[in-house]
Design a protein around this ligand. Structure first.
Ligand code: BES
Ligand code: MN
Ligand code: ZN
Length: 501
């Protein structure tokens, strides 16, 4: 798909479809008239019948009567102007381009909403319109006999000549973020028999090649040599070999100053049966999404390369299956993680923390230079879905400054997160009579005891954890997100990394 900034005014544009945005109560008369005489009349009819109010999510299409320069006009409501957010605009853009696609248009132009203030800067508007369009047009069709025939081939974002340069910058950023989100969704939607640890490593190699990232994949033998008994313990019941994927982004040189290094770690559990502590059958198919933290890390690495941010980023994805098997790890087993910590297994379904433990220990002890911050993303606990539903991911951190940075990046990016507490109350619940730690807390606050467990593997590096269990996929279509993986985490992480560089 081509995406461009086009400097032609609405009054002279030729297009298969144009998307116009209107806030509640705002008149579209001037802009509709600029699209052609037929639209002026169509809009008057629409206004007198009160069938378009500008409510958020409302979409109406107008036909210009066959002889206009612009074949179709799509109107999209933005809701109350005072409440408009960039995330709202991204969803509105997605709704607009999807409507154009349904009308059979192959090309669509988007007119920027007009207004005063920082919100309406051409750069940010173009960013939101582009990102929203790319995310909103995504479909997963790898396994359908026939792929859809309605395809948008070209998107034009309309900008006044004075704004075109800024709009081009925003467009590029929106495109990079949107494509990275779709890449993560694509990985997430792949079924468990395809998206194995080996597949994730191959995909990592593909993006490393395409975007100039460094790549190292630790095999099980390498992990054994490093003492990664925690990750290997989870994997031992699976016939798919585990991988620890390590991607490195080097920023372009900027003077003499050495850039800081930060690490991001994503749970890449390619199918979670629960293991010997097996899960019930209902919704078990959703556990193919248990690698979405890993997918978010791969997507974020693609994004930082595209954005050419100023910090050095190492992305780590511990990838494994969790299977019941004669060779599988069992409740009562004691595993030894790479940092020497022994772990009593109380429940083999609390496996995410175990594969993350070795990846976090590796990131804090082996990377040179040592990272200044580590953030992990994981579909870690059902308890987080109980606490926050599909409204926010849970943020748990032992460093207030880092938590604040992530919350700021969250607000800008559209990936919603909410901070939860980490105190000694939760840390104390991981005591084991037999080992240094238990992999299970007392009943209650499962998200927080899981986070407290991870903290043991982060050394003295400022660390934050995002529990994305409620956000990584959706069972119902919602705005730009279809049923399936959402790519959650890519945008907040990319924005956070951008804010540090
Ligand atoms: N992958 C699951 C968490 C999960 C469950 C994510 C449902 C999304 C939806 C994780 O490995 C898990 O099984 N967690 C257990 C932990 C428990 C055994 C302490 C859980 O949440 O039940
Ligand atoms: Mn599990
Ligand atoms: Zn899991």
């Amino acid at each position: 798909m081509e995406i461009h900034v086009v400097e032609t005014a609405l009054g002279r544009l030729k297009a298969a479809a144009v998307v116009l945005f209107a806030a509640q109560g705002e008149s579209l008369r001037k802009r509709a008239s600029a699209c052609g005489q037929g639209y002026r009349e169509a809009l008057e009819t629409l206004e007198s019948s009160k069938s378009f109010s500008g409510e958020a999510g409302q979409v109406r299409t107008l036909t210009g009567g066959g002889k206009e320069r612009i074949a179709r006009v799509v109107l999209v409501g933005l809701g109350k102007r005072a409440k408009l957010t960039h995330e709202g605009l991204r969803h509105a853009a997605g709704a607009g381009v999807r409507a154009a696609r349904e009308l059979g248009a192959r090309e669509v132009a988007l007119a920027m909403p007009e207004g005063k203030g920082a919100f309406y800067r051409a750069e940010t508007l173009a960013e939101s319109l582009t990102e929203g369009s790319v995310v909103g047009l995504y479909r997963f069709e790898n396994y359908k006999r026939k792929s859809a025939e309605d395809v948008i081939e070209r998107i034009s974002v309309l900008a006044a000549p004075a704004q075109a340069k800024a709009a081009r910058r925003g467009l590029k950023e929106g495109r990079v973020l949107g494509e990275a989100v779709c890449f993560a969704r694509q990985l997430g939607n792949e079924p468990g028999n395809v998206a194995t640890p080996t597949f994730l490593a191959t995909e990592a190699a593909r993006i490393a090649e395409a975007h100039g990232l460094g790549l190292q994949v630790l095999e099980e033998d390498d992990m054994r040599a490093l003492g990664m008994g925690s990750l290997l313990g989870v994997s031992q019941g699976s016939s798919e070999p585990a991988k620890l994927i390590i991607l490195t982004y080097e920023p372009p040189a900027r003077g003499k100053k050495r850039p800081e290094t930060v690490a991001i770690v994503g749970k890449g559990l390619t199918f979670d049966t629960g293991g010997i502590s097996i899960k019930p059958a209902a919704k078990l198919e959703d556990m193919k999404f248990d690698m979405c933290g890993g997918a978010a890390v791969l997507g974020a690495m693609q994004a930082v390369a595209g954005l050419q941010i100023g910090v050095r980023v190492v992305g780590l994805v511990p990838a494994s299956e969790n299977m019941p098997d004669a060779a599988a790890y069992k409740p009562g087993d004691i595993l030894r993680a790479m940092n020497g910590t022994t772990i009593e297994i109380r429940n083999t379904d609390a496996e995410g923390r175990l594969i993350l433990a070795d990846a976090l220990a590796y990131a804090t002890s082996k990377l040179k230079p040592k990272p200044k911050a580590i953030v992990d993303l994981a579909t870690l606990t059902g308890a987080c879905v109980v606490a926050l539903g599909d409204g926010h991911a849970g943020l748990v951190s032992n460093t207030d400054g880092l938590a604040a940075e992530l919350l700021a990046a969250s607000a800008e990016s559209g990936d919603a997160i909410w901070r939860l507490p980490l105190t000694d109350t939760y840390r104390a619940q991981l005591e084991s009579p037999y080992a240094d730690l238990s992999n299970l807390g007392s009943p209650g606050a499962g998200t927080l005891t899981a986070a407290a467990f991870l903290e043991n593997f982060t050394g003295d590096v400022p660390w934050a954890h995002l529990d994305i269990a409620g956000m990584a996929w959706t069972a119902k279509k919602s705005g730009n997100f279809l049923v399936g993986a959402t790519g959650f985490g890519v945008r907040v992480i990319a924005r956070w990394l951008q804010s540090r560089g």
